[in-house]
Design a protein around this ligand. Structure first.
Ligand code: HEC
Ligand code: HEC
Length: 434
């Protein structure tokens, strides 16, 4: 693709991203291009063109919310924080995205004026995070010793946890549903888990009075599991399927996946998780330099070793699902994203006390521990899929990394990786091309 055509398709994509569903077309074309800060992404649905009259796109609750309010097709079925700011400005903060029970910093905040709404929804506007309320389980190994909530709401009955929406696409590669896995049930199928998740979202986010019918659950889950999203072209590297590369969503559809397909605990584990840019090692021509950078980023992701506690790991050891980057091993990890030393003044800080030992630790989000009640799980989160990242900044459960460069810097600093400026640029170029 020439630079000019690439730029033209970005313009078309941006236009579509802004108008999107508002056109109220009955169907959106399959593989519709959407512009994003570093190029264009597309979603392939195995069901064909996207039925905008489907339950995923309908307001089925009481507050005007749809699944697509927070899982926006033009944002890789996640929500870009930039999109939230545009919506706020266009509607003075009255769009259904802005609802106090889970959109505001506290459900009790004043939302009666535009000025008040700007304060009340400041976390959603700044980082695209929603307030998830979860209490400390009765059986927990810990209690809540102290709460420092800038919004004066959180308690042991309901901690305020500020979390990003996860993409409702590429669900084939999931082993856990939700950041803390709370919608993954032992012995149940992923279809059941996702149906339960959809119903929870319907009753919670959309404040519905009646649960979804089985038919509605099935329709939603059938739709969302038909979706495969990936970056399709990159401003610097061009079309991501050119020159023998296997980027873009089509190659994801047939990408094999199963539980423990590449478990780091098995003897067959390979760190060679991403292979889609193998052909770009010696790329030449207009995009040659940028393509080689993407290839080097892929190599760093797969093979660069660094210490995680007492273990030597690679990015690919945790993000081990082939060409998807989720975790086939279904584990939860504490990488320090919710640690007290990363806390910014807009976040609540919780002091937890181990009931047996009296030990204390502080965190902005106990994560998995609020589901299992286990002390060891404090600050642990599931590993999200790494495709279609470019359209849904910011990153991590709490949106603390504004860009993919910030994600790379976080890992570099946190784990003393010793990356050079070139390494960091290469890794970020690779992540942008996913
Ligand atoms: C108000 C915004 C909002 C609405 C509306 C919403 N979601 Fe979500 N969704 C979220 C957030 C936030 C999370 C992550 C919450 C967490 O992990 O604690 C999430 C997580 C998910 C996940 C988990 C993906 C994964 O990787 O684990 C799926 C699937 C999903 N939503 C589907 C839906 C469906 C289907 C609907 C409509 C019935 C819906 N959502 C409505 C905000 C929303
Ligand atoms: C010890 C396991 C582990 C290792 C090693 C690891 N990650 Fe992660 N990664 C995670 C977990 C857990 C999360 C979710 C953390 C959170 O959101 O708080 C995550 C989140 C991410 C995200 C954000 C995705 C999103 O949707 O917000 C990106 C991007 C990412 N990792 C890239 C990398 C890169 C690049 C490396 C190597 C430098 C790496 N990871 C190494 C476990 C790991």
């Amino acid at each position: 693709m020439t630079q000019r055509r690439a730029r033209l398709s970005i313009v078309i994509g941006l236009t579509l991203a802004l108008t999107g569903v508002a056109l109220a077309a009955p169907f959106a074309p399959n593989m519709q291009p959407f512009g994003n800060p570093s190029g264009v992404h597309r979603t392939y649905s195995t069901l064909g063109d996207v039925d905008l009259g489907g339950d995923f796109f309908l307001s089925l609750g009481t507050n005007g919310r749809r699944c697509s309010t927070c899982h926006v097709p033009g944002h890789g079925y996640g929500l870009g924080a930039a999109q939230a700011r545009v919506l706020f400005d266009n509607t003075d903060g009255t769009h259904p995205l802005f609802r106090p029970h889970d959109g505001a910093n506290s459900p009790l905040m004043d939302v009666s004026t535009v000025f008040a709404r700007r304060q009340a929804y400041s976390m959603l506007l700044a980082k695209g995070v929603f307030r998830v309320g979860i209490g400390i389980p009765a059986s927990a190994e810990f209690s809540l010793d102290a709460v420092d909530d800038p919004y004066g709401f959180a308690s042991a009955q309901e901690l305020s946890l500020f979390r990003r929406s996860l993409p409702a696409t590429n669900l084939k590669f999931l082993t856990h549903v939700m950041w803390d896995g709370r919608q993954t049930f032992p012995g149940q199928t992923m279809t059941f888990n996702l149906g339960s998740q959809a119903n929870g979202a319907h009753l919670g986010h959309a404040q519905a009075r009646q649960p979804l019918t089985d038919e509605q659950r099935n329709e939603i889950v059938t739709f969302e599991t038909s979706l495969f999203t990936a970056q399709a072209s990159d401003r610097a590297a061009g079309n991501l399927t050119d020159g023998g590369a296997n980027g873009g969503p089509m190659f994801l559809v047939d990408q094999p996946f199963r539980f423990r397909i590449n478990s780091p605990l098995s003897s067959t584990f390979t760190p060679r998780v991403f292979t889609i840019f193998d052909a770009w090692q010696n790329a030449t021509g207009t995009f040659g330099a940028a393509r080689q950078s993407v290839w080097r980023g892929q190599e760093l992701f797969n093979f660069r070793q660094f210490a995680f506690g007492t273990q030597q790991v690679t990015c690919s050891r945790c993000h081990n699902a082939f060409n998807a980057g989720s975790d086939s091993n279904a584990q939860f990890f504490n990488t320090g994203t919710a640690a007290a030393n990363r806390r910014t003044p807009d976040m609540p800080l919780y002091t937890l006390r181990n009931t047996a030992t009296g030990a204390r630790q502080q965190t902005t989000d106990p994560g998995r521990a609020l589901i299992t009640g286990r002390w060891i799980d404090v600050g642990r989160f599931k590993i999200p899929t790494l495709r279609g990242l470019a359209p849904r900044a910011p990153y991590f459960h709490n949106g603390m990394a504004a860009t993919l460069e910030d994600v790379v810097s976080f890992y570099d600093v946190r784990f003393n990786m010793g990356l050079t400026a070139q390494d960091r640029a290469d890794l970020a170029a690779f992540l942008r091309a996913l």
